[in-house]
Ligand binder design. Sequence first.
Ligand code: NAD
Length: 467
Amino acid sequence: MANHKFFRQVNRNFDRAAKFVKFTPGLLRLIKMCNSTYHMQFPLEKDDGTIETINAWRAEHSHHKLPTKGGIRYSMLVNEDEVTALAALMTYKCAVVDVPFGGAKGGIQIDTKNYSKAELERITRRFTFELIAKNFIGPDIDVPAPDYGTGEQEMAWIVDTYKQLVPSLNSEGCVTGKPLELGGIRGRREATGRGVCFGIEEACRNREDMKELGLDMGIDGKTVIIQGFGNVGFYAAKFLMEAGALITGIAEMEGAVYNPKGLDVEKVFAHRKETGSILNYPGAENITDTSKALELDCDILVPAALENQITADNAHRIRARIIAEAANGPTTQEAHDIIKERGALIIPDNYLNAGGVTVSYFEWLKNLSHVRFGRMDKRFEENSMKKLLAAIGEISDRKFSERQLAELSIGAGELDLVNSGLQDTMIEAYNQINEIRKKHDIDLRTAAFVSAINKVGIIYERMGIFP
Ligand code: NAD
């Protein structure tokens, strides 16, 4: 029997929020439960000919909307509890940002470092085969995406396997986070980190909230520490730096680097790639106990690695005024209460890291419509703008230079539209949950749950399910 600690933690957060909604206990139970979980075990033939057994899961938490959606994680920490909890978080996250999917999550219990590329390919393709066999994948059923330990390569193997076994007009929509050439979308790779940046920026734009925290309005000059320098952490750090924040610390598995004057994110990334370690980055202080980086002085702490990083053990020592949860479940409930007591703001995972699934939604729409966003109207927009500028020129006797014309008459391409849709989503959702927070005098996490429960609950009510 799995020890469902993480799932219980998600449900405790749900229960806190349930006090502020008007559904029956039966309907609340219906929303909370996980609809289906598939635990598979399959053999892997290693490169040396030996056979190993692989454990993997896919959980579909809620079928109130289809398809279900959620990433696939490769890590030794993967278990049924984790996958179920993360699937539930996906249901709530999609509802918070109005992405019309149910929540799901998958995971394979492996340490990727122990496998060759060919072995990882065999594992991923077999996992996909198992999902197909049990009807746990498909553009209208369940659509995986990258998560911890996976990326475009794994998604490419999944879509290829799926297309071979279930060929159809829409088969490319069976998975998101794919390489562009296989039906991916511009901006997906960096979407979660970009969304994290948009979310933090929106929080910092609120004068009243910043005043309560004793911080100035705006992101400019705010000091930031990032834990986890993978897909989400790297892009969150990069975009925050570009927005004017000072990235003073970056923590990875092997240690952390700190420079109160700020680190150049891309250069730190290149240094790690070249030397194999984040440590010894020129001009920065090394911190060999990486967990200590969380406790350094900063305005914003961005945990972007894994769950349970901020616990009752270290929460008292965390000094950041804003904890921006880029990872899923980085703060335990005890730690959340300690931090809240101290008056810091937690921007919760079930809102903040929704950028990935938002752009995945755009990718899925692109796959079903078979046309790139902007393809039909980019030139039309450009030409209309040029005509308008020419007319203004004639009336006002003011001639625009070629450069001005080029700069002012840009039609929106796929990346522009994706980023605009993402920014709008993150801003709208933040203001929705912040309003709920203020109305009930609760924290943002509970407010995000209230928002999600209301949006999911109303669907069951409209379907006539009143348990
Ligand atoms: P990733 O595998 O690309 O990167 C994670 C990084 O964290 C790795 O570099 C790893 O070495 C590092 N790390 C692990 N434990 C650490 C520790 N104790 N201290 C410091 N660094 C540590 O994974 P990712 O896709 O960036 O996902 C990170 C988190 O974001 C996960 O919780 C994931 O569920 C969540 N998330 C990811 C996406 C996405 O689009 N990839 C979307 C939503 C949420």
